[in-house]
Design a protein around this ligand. Structure first.
Ligand SMILES: [Mn+2]
Length: 245
């Protein structure tokens, strides 16, 4: 299982705090947003809200770039999305069944085949990386989470299932702003929530809508999606990168 628990971080000195969500295998789009649109520096903190993998063709390239940034001493803080949790659960089940000497084909159970090694197993460097991801971060004025929280539960900050899966998330009694991804939201609504300083800000504009996706043409889902978004938590500036693969 992935790590849980509160992650409290102090603000960077002289740098920005940026958030990106739902990259979904589009590594070139991710790199372009980070290096060209945002121009990330080592003084900035970059928070990533999960769903790095599946849908696009280069899940491994997305994870490689995150690890490359971390190894290059950029301050990158990734959390877990439901797509990563599903992969880790499938991997744990595969390992459990293999221990009983039962043959099982792991590749047939997952989408991102580029994460496998030549033996058809989840490559150890990706497994190791994914297992370390927490479910959320708490900052001074923000919670950052993949899908949201279920505040109808007694202990919403322990309900990890809701953190990666809740939909139509709007409720927020915390007094801090919650920034989340997971549910594709039209760009105009993302901009509106940011400009009115909503206590719940969605950031997933359905980057994968902007690509030819499983036989469907680009933007078959609608014209106001298909971008990867980056939000500056202190200025509320929104960086918008169209899908470039
Ligand atoms: Mn998701």
């Amino acid at each position: 299982m992935a790590a849980t628990g509160i992650q409290v971080l102090t603000n960077p000195t002289g740098g920005r705090r940026l958030v990106i969500s739902d990259i979904h295998g589009f590594s070139r789009t991710f790199r372009t947003l980070v290096t060209e649109k945002i121009g990330l520096t080592s003084r900035d903190q970059l928070f990533l809200l999960g769903d790095y993998i599946n849908k696009g063709k280069d899940s491994s390239g997305v994870l490689d770039f995150i690890m490359e940034l971390q190894e290059g001493h950029f301050q990158v803080f990734p959390i877990l999305g439901n797509h990563e949790e599903n992969l880790l659960n499938a991997w744990a089940e595969y390992v459990r069944i293999r221990k009983a000497d039962i043959e099982i084909d792991f590749a047939s159970q997952i989408d991102a085949l580029d994460l496998l090694n030549p033996k058809g197993e989840l490559a150890p460097n990706y497994a190791q990386f994914l297992k370390t991801l927490p479910y959320y971060y708490e900052l001074d004025r923000f919670y950052l989470v993949h899908a949201g929280f279920n505040f109808n539960r007694n202990k919403p900050l322990e309900d990890t299932r809701s953190m990666v899966r809740i939909r139509n998330f709007t409720q927020n009694p915390t007094g801090k702003t919650i920034v989340h991804g997971h549910q594709v939201t039209p760009l105009a609504l993302i901009r509106q929530k940011i400009s009115e300083r909503s206590l719940v800000i969605p950031l997933d504009n359905g980057c994968y809508h902007g690509a030819t996706f499983r036989g469907m043409v680009a933007n078959a889902f609608g014209k106001d999606t298909g971008n990867l978004c980056g939000l500056d938590l202190d200025t509320f500036e929104l960086f918008v990168q169209k899908n470039v693969g």
